[in-house]
Ligand binder design. Structure first.
Ligand SMILES: [Zn+2]
Length: 64
């Protein structure tokens, strides 16, 4: 039996703002798995807690 702990991304995900921009949109990034997101993407990032982070919400309301 392996004693290695395996942490799925979901248990680490924590989204935050970055200084990067793509197509004029601010890029948010996940500290846990390294995913990146801008609001024109069709999906919505969530934190490991299962809630949508405030920085993501702030972008979602700007979607037209
Ligand atoms: Zn992640």
């Amino acid at each position: 039996m392996s004693k290695l702990a395996i942490h799925p991304c979901r248990s680490l995900c924590a989204w935050q703002e970055t200084r990067a921009e793509i197509d004029g949109l601010p890029v948010l990034a996940c500290r846990g798995c390294g995913s990146q997101w801008i609001r024109s993407e069709g999906w919505t990032p969530i934190d490991h807690t299962g809630r949508i982070p405030d920085c993501v919400r702030a972008e979602l309301v700007k979607r037209s």
